[in-house]
Design a protein around this ligand. Structure first.
Ligand code: ADP
Ligand code: MG
Length: 698
């Protein structure tokens, strides 16, 4: 039997080789099946027909029924326009065309009933609709539906007459040729238990909705399916890994941890820190390899937790490594950890891109003989030349900057993979966590160290910076330090934003009695480090920087974070930057400086920042505001694939249901061997192809 769903679209009525090529190139559609999975991005309700005398100036797209009484042309050449005087008996409206004048005049006949669709605008004293859609009138029973689908089309598609309307026609041809041969892609049992519409009906209703309720069901089914296979893949991968791979067993409680706890620990652990350490310790003693995500708000004390876990590895005779996204952060962790371990005889080294060759050689040698206990560094850690003698635990700090492929590279560092703990810089929304880190167990630090005063966040207009400088001076006089963050290093002709170099000069003039240092991405790492050190040691009181100081940097004496052109930053970024202050016992401030003119979204972001200090809450708001369009496939979110129909910002509940359904299948039939489940293996295999980069999800 021919599988029509796999037929090349060029054989489809109304397509042909030329259009097929455009569809291949522009929207990655090759087969009829690809086309059927190219879903509309919106629907407009065309069930209601309006009367002309109801029209007011603020209407969205509307539909009218009536006749064209006369055509009239105005102007000449490219200024030529055609006006059709249209009436439905309640009044008149002008239909206006600037292009295709001759074609329109020939095609539409006077005094025949038409359905007009478009957005009314006011011109002069009259209403008109520019370039309306026109269809011959058909009675309500014959019209297929009130909901009209709209397809995304590119400029190049439109140039080849592939607009939303032709897409609809092609879709109808695809549907009738292939629908019979479209096999169901979910097991019967899943359909039944989750109350899902069958695939054929869902495909029909997504393109040609019978009514709003059927459309909703179709959308639900297709979203569910999309998320279900992602979950099945992640969970299948995780359970395969758990069953196949042996983990190191850390059961000993030895000298390092005990000594540290009794002699070096600088403060009492919070209850949350204690709980997490217990939880992770148990996990590392089970004989399974740990893969865990540690979520905790900025400043919740993740570094200390990481250190104590590394000591557990050492106590069991293993080495530990900690990987960070930036050199600044690696260097800082290195110093912090070295200080915390003073006098304990633990050997700690730092390895980054700028480590000298001779040092590098020494480190490589020491790693192989177990003389080196803890290695801290950047990507340099995962280079092939870096080999460990017995790496037992890897901590990845501020994960979202690390590709999953890089994470996987760690595994080849030993015959047995080490335990892996991923720590996130900023909390991530649940749905995102389930999708991006779906294979990881999750621990959450839900408590900040005691005595912290919540940071006060203030929105300040550019023009009123005089009072800002006064407040800064007060803080400086009390011995505190200040961060000032800029979106750009140098001035830009295109962007009207504050820049660091100018800011640096200004600030030096305004505060001549204090020392100002600066850090940005274009500086050499040695310079960056020197400047960073000056600030840490309070040799400089004001740090002017770009977002390179965003993650992890810890200077508890700093009490003010000023963010210039704050409208330019995303919520997670603002929260991350704000987290650089409020790390000591003093009242800290975050000042968001913006111009008067702000977009509605920027205003919302700033308001959320003023109202909330809770990273989890902010992460949810961020996902909602940015929406999936910005999130999908971007580095920010770490999602390595694009979703076709599901929306992680809005479909949280479906993610959960799909995950539960996938887990249930794996519990009952781990290898998906039951006859009813064979379809799952077939689909996973198929999806393993080009559309989703499944290989990257681990
Ligand atoms: P993050 O979770 O953002 O990585 P850090 O590990 O940098 O946070 O910790 C933030 C600050 O809190 C550091 O100055 C650290 O020394 C301090 N800290 C960590 N744990 C505690 C604790 N239990 N009590 C008091 N201060 C703590
Ligand atoms: Mg940190």
């Amino acid at each position: 039997m021919t599988d029509f769903s796999q037929t090349d679209i060029k054989f489809l009525a109304g397509v042909g080789p030329k259009k097929a090529e455009i569809l291949n190139k522009e929207i990655n559609v090759f087969s009829v099946e690809d086309l059927l999975y190219y879903f509309p991005y919106k629907y407009i309700d065309r069930s209601r027909i309006y009367f002309i005398n109801e029209i007011d100036g603020n209407m969205p797209y509307i539909q009218l029924k009536g006749t064209i009484e006369a055509f009239e042309t105005f102007g000449e050449g490219y200024k030529k326009r055609l006006v059709g005087h249209f009436t439905d008996g309640t009044g008149f409206i002008d239909l206006v065309w600037f292009q295709g004048v001759k074609f329109i005049e020939d095609k539409y006949k006077l005094n025949l009933p038409y359905i007009i669709f478009g957005k009314p605008t006011v011109f002069g004293n009259k209403f008109n609709i520019v370039h309306p859609d026109i269809d011959p009138y058909i009675s309500e029973d014959e019209r297929p539906t009130g909901l009209m689908p709209y397809y995304n089309t590119t400029e190049n598609m439109k140039n080849h007459y592939l607009n939303s309307k032709t897409m609809q026609k092609i879709m109808a041809a695809a549907f009738s040729s292939a629908i019979k041969n479209l096999p169901e892609t979910l097991p019967e049992k899943v359909l039944r238990e989750a109350g899902l519409m069958e695939l054929k009906r869902a495909i029909r209703n997504i393109h040609f909705p019978g009514n709003a309720a059927l459309l909703r069901q179709a959308q639900y089914r297709l979203k569910f399916e999309e998320l279900f296979y992602i979950q099945l893949n992640i969970l299948g991968y995780a359970s395969g890994r758990k069953n196949k791979i042996k983990g190191f067993v850390f059961t000993k409680v030895g000298g390092y941890l005990t000594t540290f706890y009794e002699q070096n620990l600088p403060f009492t652990l919070t209850d949350a820190q204690k709980r997490i350490i217990r939880e992770i310790r148990q996990d590392m003693a089970t004989g399974k390899q740990m893969n865990r995500l540690l979520q905790g708000d900025v400043g919740s004390g993740k570094t200390l937790v990481a250190l104590m876990l590394m000591l557990i590895a050492l106590d069991n005779g293993f080495q530990a490594a900690m990987m960070t996204p930036t050199e600044i952060l690696a260097t800082q962790h290195y110093h912090t950890i070295k200080d915390l371990l003073a006098g304990m005889g633990v050997n700690v080294e730092l390895l980054t891109g700028s480590t000298k060759k001779s040092d590098r050689k020494r480190i490589h040698g020491a790693l192989l003989t177990n003389d080196l206990h803890i290695l801290i560094g950047t990507h340099a850690l995962i280079e092939d030349t870096v080999q460990f003698c017995n790496l037992g635990l890897v901590i990845i700090d501020e994960q979202h900057r690390f590709g999953v492929a890089q994470r996987a590279k760690l595994w080849t560092k030993n015959t047995n993979p080490p335990h892996v703990l991923v720590m996130t810089a900023t909390p991530i929304p649940r749905t995102l966590a389930m999708t991006v880190y779906g294979d990881l167990d999750v621990s959450i630090i839900d408590e900040l160290p005691p005595g912290r005063k919540p940071i006060r966040t203030i929105h300040q207009y550019d023009k009123k910076r005089g009072s800002l400088y006064e407040s800064i001076r007060k803080q400086l006089q009390e011995g505190r330090q200040i961060y000032m963050v800029y979106p750009l290093i140098e001035g830009s002709e295109k962007l009207d934003l504050k820049n660091l170099e100018e800011g640096f000069e200004n600030i030096r003039e305004i505060f001549p009695e204090y020392t100002v240092c600066k850090v940005h991405g274009k500086m050499k790492s040695k310079e960056k480090e020197t400047e960073m050190r000056r600030f840490i040691k309070n040799e400089a009181q004001i740090m002017v920087s770009t977002t390179v100081i965003e993650v992890g940097v810890n200077v508890p004496n700093a009490s003010v974070m000023v963010i210039e052109s704050a409208q330019r930053f995303g919520l997670s970024q603002l929260h991350q930057l704000r987290g650089r202050v409020g790390r000591g016992a003093d009242q800290s401030y975050c000042v968001l400086v913006t111009p008067y003119e702000l977009s509605a979204d920027s205003r919302k972001r700033i308001k959320i920042m003023e109202e909330s200090n809770d990273g989890f809450e902010i992460a949810e708001a961020d996902l909602k505001l940015r929406g999936p369009g910005d999130l999908d496939g971007t580095q920010q979110s770490g999602i390595p694939f694009n979703l076709r129909i599901a929306n992680l910002a809005r479909d949280g509940e479906i993610v959960q249901c799909a995950r539960d359904a996938a887990q249930k299948i794996l519990d009952e039939d781990p290898l998906m061997e039951k006859p009813g489940n064979l379809v799952l293996r077939r689909q996973l295999h198929k999806l393993g192809g080009s559309k989703y980069n499944w290989g990257q999800i681990s």
